[in-house]
Design a protein around this ligand. Structure first.
Ligand SMILES: Cc1cc2nc3c(=O)[nH]c(=O)nc-3n(C[C@H](O)[C@H](O)[C@H](O)COP(=O)(O)OP(=O)(O)OC[C@H]3O[C@@H](n4cnc5c(N)ncnc54)[C@H](O)[C@@H]3O)c2cc1C
Length: 384
């Protein structure tokens, strides 16, 4: 694995791993107040300097430029300890990356340092009730009038809805141009007309909800890049962040494998430990092999991003698809090895079973990743 990393990556991994061991592993527990826990996590991740990896050094970040390998290392290690910690870190990256790639100097100076310090929470608002996988069905409008844009529309499944201060929002400035008429904006939560409509309870603890723009007036200075560049900004952001979803899957699967190994050594049936049955050993072997394959795909994609290679889209789709699907299988087998104990609420594998599911859906479902991979494959093939 080390061929994807330099010394700084290895140091980061060892630092975040010890923090996770000390602060997250001892207590995977459900908190009644998810928002409070989420805010505390962002603040701790900021104090530890982990959220600093989402921004470039000039804007309060840890490194000269944002690196996908750093983001993957952090997501993998955090997810091994707590899916909520991973989510909170991931959203700092996803919500701020559009500003990193398309923001003006002023926008970067204003928004990135507080996000990098974990003092401001970020969100990314793309999905709508009628526009999930199909972004061409977007309805949110941004009408330019005088020195401002007036935003109207609804965004659903927005992580950190109601919690974040800084939202990257995608809206149509020119509906006739369809996806080419999408523009990106930075919207502050206290802007008049910005409304939290509802919070959406999920299978696994995750602050998420519906927001609406009700004649929400944002100054022209909040436009990211040029009008019509929104789709490009969203897709470039997702191309970089997609492999990090795979990294989170690797972290959850790693934890599931560790739990399964420990339990199979302890639990005795028919006079021997479960680990002594070849059927259990075969399960563990398959889990470990799929996990390693996922890890290789994830860090290959992250390396590809960090070295500006042209096949990033293909590699990151493959990494996300394989790692999230494999993590689902690994967690399921870990639960099976635990028998009845695996479905008892509050056990680590029961929690992992719920935590792993959403990864196959957000930032492009598995089906959409397959479409991307197949399209690339066919585009680059010669007729026979
Ligand atoms: C935990 C979580 C966090 C999220 N956070 C955010 C966020 O912060 N910001 C944000 O903007 N969005 C967020 N989302 C939304 C997420 O990106 C969407 O749920 C996702 O893009 C899928 O859209 P959809 O749910 O509308 O499903 P649909 O697009 O309605 O898809 C439903 C099913 O149909 C399949 N399908 C759709 N089109 C095709 C096709 N052409 N071929 C084959 N199958 C197809 C899909 O794969 C899926 O299985 C989040 C979602 C979740 C679950």
């Amino acid at each position: 694995m080390d061929f994807f990393f330099n010394q700084e990556h290895l140091l980061l991994r060892s630092r975040v791993r010890s923090w996770v061991e000390k602060n997250l592993i001892p207590g995977i527990r459900e908190e009644a107040d998810i928002d409070k826990q989420a805010r505390q996590l962002v603040s701790h991740l900021g104090q530890e300097g982990f959220t600093a990896y989402v921004a470039a050094k000039k804007f309060g970040g840890a490194r000269e430029n944002v690196q996908a390998r750093d983001l993957c290392i952090l997501r993998e290690e955090l997810a091994r300890g707590s899916a909520l910690a991973d989510t909170m870190f991931a959203m700092q990256a996803l919500g701020s990356y559009p500003i990193t790639i398309a923001g003006s100097e002023e926008q970067k100076q204003r928004y990135l340092p507080p996000i990098a310090r974990g003092e401001a929470i970020a969100a990314f608002a793309l999905t709508e009730p009628q526009a999930g996988s199909d972004l061409s069905s977007m309805e949110t409008r941004a009408v330019s009038r005088g020195g401002e844009y007036r935003l109207t529309g609804v965004k659903c499944f927005i992580s950190n809805a109601g919690l974040a201060q800084t939202y990257t929002v995608f809206a149509l400035t020119d509906p006739e141009k369809k996806t080419k008429g999408i523009s990106a904006f930075v919207v502050e939560a206290n802007t008049p007309g910005f409304v939290l409509k509802e919070r959406t309870p999920l299978l696994s603890p995750h602050p998420i909800g519906v927001i609406a723009f009700e004649d929400c007036r944002v100054p022209r200075t909040q436009l990211l890049g040029q009008e019509g560049e929104g789709l490009k900004i969203a897709l470039t952001t997702l191309d970089t962040l997609r492999c990090t979803v795979g990294a989170a899957a690797v972290g959850l699967a790693q934890r599931a494998l560790e739990e399964a190994v420990q339990y199979s050594r302890k639990r005795r049936q028919f006079g021997q430990a479960l680990a002594e049955f070849q059927a259990t050993q075969f399960k563990l072997a398959d889990m470990a092999t799929e996990l390693e394959a996922s890890r290789l795909l994830v860090y290959q994609a992250a390396w590809t991003r960090d070295h500006n290679q042209s096949d990033l889209k293909q590699k990151s789709s493959m990494a996300k698809l394989y790692a999230t699907e494999a993590a689902q299988r690994i967690v399921d087998q870990a639960l099976q090895i635990h028998g009845g104990t695996g479905v008892v609420v509050g056990t680590p594998v029961e929690r992992l079973y719920r935590d792993v599911r959403a990864l196959r859906i957000y930032e492009g479902t598995s089906e959409i990743q397959r479409l991307v991979i197949a399209r690339n494959l066919l585009k680059n093939s010669q007729p026979g």
